[in-house]
Design a protein. Sequence first.
Length: 295
Amino acid sequence: MIYDRPYMREGGRRPSTWTAMHWILYGTVTVFVLQLITSTWFASEIMTRVFALSTDAIREGYIWTLITYGFLHSTGPGGIMILHIGINMLLLYLFGRELVVVLGGKLFCWLYFVCALVGGTVWLVFNFGHTAPLVGASGAVIGLIIFFICMNPNRPMAFFFIPITIRPITIAYILIGFNLLGFLFAELPRGAQGGGTAFSAHLGGALAGYLFFKLIYSSVPELGDRKPRVEVPKWFKRKPRASPSAGKYEINLTNRRDLQKEVDRILDKINSEGFGSLSEEEKKVLDQAKDILSR
């Protein structure tokens, strides 16, 4: 996707360190590989039985399946299998790499797993008693997409493989409309047999992404140069701890080695806590370093 990125506006570069998005993406792929090995080589459905969401799992006390189902995917025919995990991981990467920079790793994880939890819960409400289990990260991924769209409802977006530009809010209408129709005319009519696409989980994830934006992301960044700002409710906040780097400080801008070391520290902070955690001094260093290090 092509669109304006906050760390570029502020003179920074994308942090190169491992992000929470990478942990979730590669963790999901790893679990899927284990799922394939156990089901194909050992003819065992242990992964599905213990980690997929189903009525039986909840009755047996497997509460964790309300989240862990998102790490499993379909192991059916090759085409369906590849499409299921492939599309989910592609969308997780495209949208997750943008959101993790703005939100920071911890809040990004909260967003992802809350969307998975709400999506699984909504699906369970409408499919309680069905024998077919729920697997797939679609609900959580759609939650990320809706959260991103709420942040940037009118910012033009272009996908490399589609030669058109489209507003995110238009994508939201299409996404919600398609899943609502699927829920009403495909998922509900299936009745007790279950199975098929879990449109209710998609809608639940979308609702969670929207509410997460409204309740936690307190200010909507305007188009242009306004900086995204993330606020966390009081029940998420920890007591502030004294930081050795807090307060006023000066950086020797003539020493490229010291300057590069300080820039790397600031980028690590953006990666872990989000851009909004930077002090004015740190933002000033990034602005000055952009010109100095490019010489």
